[in-house]
Design a protein around this ligand. Structure first.
Ligand SMILES: Nc1ncnc2c1ncn2[C@@H]1O[C@H](COP(=O)(O)OP(=O)(O)OP(=O)(O)O)[C@@H](O)[C@H]1O
Length: 253
């Protein structure tokens, strides 16, 4: 069953040129979909539209069969309960003045989720491989990889149906990146995920399906294993050629 469907989406910033043109793809419930493309191809813009932060000028995005209404506050409030995001920079995305417990449980407060928030935050933080006493400390006491785990705990604490990860491992050093990719792999077995990345290697390791964007248009989409085995488009071939070495992963041919 389709959880999110992007239908003929076109978008321009202000009166500028279109940065997305006729973009269509579906995200099946439970799948991991990679959205790849070089810098400037429109990945972040598409992610903003999928988060309901902006509305497309053409086409529409459906979540669980209903169109996203970015300007409807009641709709967006309900949508926030179901969709969460993890962003690139684990340094700037955590408020340095707040304890981790407050940071991780923030979605529970803002979404008015009933129940014991401390207990839910403990469950989330331990599920990303950190100890419960992490909640009493501050962001500066943690490494980049640990901070990204904290950001992931915050994204999953309210048990969303869909998590969007935007270049969520690209700021990490290589060995930390491998560990966070492993964590995403574990989490992605439990929920639907969209990984936005310019790094084909990360998508190869994590995603069963992928969509390749080039200058705002989809140039290739389908099963990751198939695209890696037999890329049809010259642009996809060049993206693949830019990977120094494919990581070990479920879709390695
Ligand atoms: N706020 C904005 N106002 C005007 N143009 C923008 C804005 N944000 C992005 N753009 C333009 O839209 C196009 C797509 O940018 P976008 O950030 O979506 O690409 P991207 O694939 O995410 O790139 P990167 O990997 O570098 O983040 C680019 O040409 C960019 O210059």
């Amino acid at each position: 069953m389709t959880l999110m469907s992007v239908e003929n989406v076109g978008f321009a910033y202000g009166s500028g040129r279109r940065v997305l043109e006729d973009v269509s793809f579906a995200v099946p419930r439970g799948a991991n979909v990679g959205l790849v493309g070089e810098s400037g191809s429109g990945k972040s813009t598409l992610l903003r539209l999928m988060l309901g932060l902006d509305s497309p000028q053409q086409g529409q995005i459906l979540f669980d069969g209903a169109p996203l209404e970015a300007r409807d506050r009641t709709f967006i409030q309900g949508y926030r309960k179901r969709v969460q995001a993890v962003f690139q920079d684990p340094y700037s995305s955590l408020n340095p003045a707040h304890r981790i417990g407050r940071i991780v449980s923030e979605p529970l407060r803002s979404l008015k989720v009933p129940g014991d928030h401390r207990k839910m935050a403990e469950e989330a933080i331990t599920s990303v491989g950190l100890s419960a006493d992490t909640l009493d400390r501050f962001p500066h006491q943690f490494s980049g990889g640990q901070r990204q785990r904290i950001a992931i705990a915050r994204a999953i604490v309210a048990r969303p149906e869909l998590v969007l990860a935007d270049e969520a491992v690209s700021a990490l050093d290589l060995s930390t990146r491998v560990r966070v990719v492993d964590l995403f792999q574990e989490i992605s077995e439990r929920m639907t995920m969209i990984f936005v990345s310019h790094d084909m290697g990360v998508v190869a390791a994590l995603c069963d399906q992928m969509v390749v964007l080039d200058r705002g248009r989809i140039v290739e989409a389908g099963a990751t294993a198939e695209i890696l085995r037999n890329p049809q488009h010259a642009y996809t071939q060049s993206l693949l050629a830019s990977i120094p070495r494919m990581p070990e992963g479920p879709v390695t041919p």
